[in-house]
Every structure is written in structure tokens, then in C-alpha cells.
Write a protein that binds this ligand. Structure first.
Ligand code: PGA
Length: 240
């Protein structure tokens, strides 16, 4: 799946000389970043002109904190790719003025007009980035109160228990302006929330469902995550 998604990302950016790419952190997209990295190393994809904007961060953390969003992407992608600091804009969840942090990120995106490709995961409660159920569908970057399910599942990124109360995140409105949205999900544990997001009502109570209003949405699932869908799903090497 990582290779297929990387192919599609390449295709989407074919005519964009200096794209703005937004990588989610989390377990789901890790293989995609490894694949992009491999292609950068063997010169089958050129990411030298790409700029990057972070999707979200835990409030109280930044790249110095093992397990933070930035920490994961630094280790798995930015550092091995040698991305210069001035081509990355990422929420600093330790910043004293989080409103300014949000404004800075929105201003950075404004230099491009919009994000070209955003890679997104889905939370167990249907959150997208740290836009929890009930988030404003037109919202810009903001600080969010984390849902109990996010506080709990977020522990998996850390070696010891963390107090996860708030996040700082791109808003759904910011994301909906992106040219291409890639929603990725892997594994059976995502099957039920994927079914609700794709086949249930489009509702602010399930933020991922709102992405269906985006004409450039692509949903990439493995067999496990697609397992509860009632519709026929196109499978690689298997016609409908
Ligand atoms: P995961 O996180 O990729 O680690 O499952 C997704 C999310 O919570 O948004």
C-alpha cells in the first residue's frame, strides 16, 4: 500500500514544482514515509523542492520530547531526508503563546495558498489530526481539548504514561482547502470507524466523515481496515 500511495502522491505532484506536503504522524503512515525516503535515496522521486507543514502536536511537547508528533516525523522522515529547517513549519506545543503558533502555521500555509497533499490518519473516535468530534468543520488551526479515547490511545507513542489533555492542530477548514487529501487506515481495529466514516452520515460528530465533502479525497485501506464496508472495494490486482 505504501508503494501505491507513494505512486499516487508522485502523480498528484507531477506538475507542482514546489509543493507543500503535510505529513500526519502516527503508526499508519510510517511505511509511506519509509517508502518516500527510499525513493529519495535511489533518486526515483525528488523531494528537494518540497516544503512541509506539520498536522498536529500534543500541547506541552515539541520535537525534543520522545513520542511527540514532531519527534516521530523527524526520526522517520525529516532527518533522514535532510530537510532544511526553513522548509518545515511544525506546531511547537511548548510555545508560550499557542495562538501565535496557530497564526504562524496558517501564515506559512498562506505562502503557498494551500496544502498540496495532506496525509491523514483516523482516530478510534473518527478524529482527523486533533479535530475531535464536534469540531468546527470550517475551523482553522487551533488548540483542542482531547477526547478521552485520544488521551488513551495516544499513550501508545510513549514509553511511560503522559498527561495528554490538549492538542494543537490544523483545523478542518484548513485541511478542506488542500488540493489532495489522502486518508489512510490499516488493520481490523480501524474497520468499524472506517465504515462509519465512509458509509454513515456526514456529521461533525465524526470528523473523518466530513472529508467526503472534499473532491480530492482518496481513501487508502488495507483489507483489515476495509473489512466492514458494505460496498465493493477495489482491490489491488483484483477487479471489482
Ligand atoms: P495511528 O493514529 O496512525 O497511530 O493509528 C491515527 C490517529 O489517531 O489519527
Amino acid at each position: 500500500m505504501a508503494a501505491d500511495v507513494a505512486d499516487r502522491v508522485k502523480e498528484c505532484l507531477r506538475f507542482t514544482s514546489r509543493p507543500l506536503f503535510c505529513p500526519a504522524s502516527g503508526d499508519t503512515p510510517a511505511a509511506l514515509y519509509a517508502e518516500l525516503l527510499r525513493r529519495a535515496m535511489d533518486h526515483t522521486m525528488n523531494m528537494r523542492e518540497w516544503s512541509f507543514v506539520g498536522l498536529d502536536e500534543w500541547v506541552g511537547m515539541n520535537g525534543e520530547d520522545a513520542g511527540s508528533c514532531r519527534y516521530y516525523i523527524d526520526r522517520g522522515f525529516f532527518h533522514p531526508l535532510n530537510v532544511p529547517a526553513d522548509r518545515i513549519c511544525f506546531f511547537d506545543g511548548r510555545a508560550p503563546d499557542l495562538q501565535k503558533e496557530c497564526a504562524d502555521v496558517e501564515r506559512f500555509i498562506g505562502r503557498w495558498g494551500r496544502i498540496d497533499v495532506a496525509i491523514l490518519g483516523i482516530g478510534p473516535n473518527g478524529h482527523v489530526a486533533m479535530n475531535e468530534p464536534g469540531s468546527d468543520p470550517a475551523g482553522r488551526s487551533h488548540v483542542s481539548e482531547l477526547h478521552p479515547a485520544t488521551r488513551e490511545t495516544g499513550q501508545k507513542y510513549f514509553s511511560c504514561h503522559q498527561t495528554l489533555e490538549r492538542g494543537i492542530t490544523l483545523g478542518l477548514g484548513t485541511l478542506m482547502e488542500a488540493r489532495h487529501l489522502f486518508l489512510l487506515a490499516i488493520g481490523e481495529k480501524k474497520a468499524e470507524i472506517i465504515r462509519k466514516a465512509l458509509e454513515g452520515p456526514i456529521t461533525t460528530e465524526l470528523p473523518a466523515s466530513l472529508l467526503r465533502n472534499h473532491p480530492g479525497l482518496e481513501v487508502w485501506l488495507d483489507a483489515g481496515a476495509a473489512g466492514s464496508l458494505s460496498v465493493a472495494v477495489m482491490q489491488k490486482d483484483k477487479p471489482l
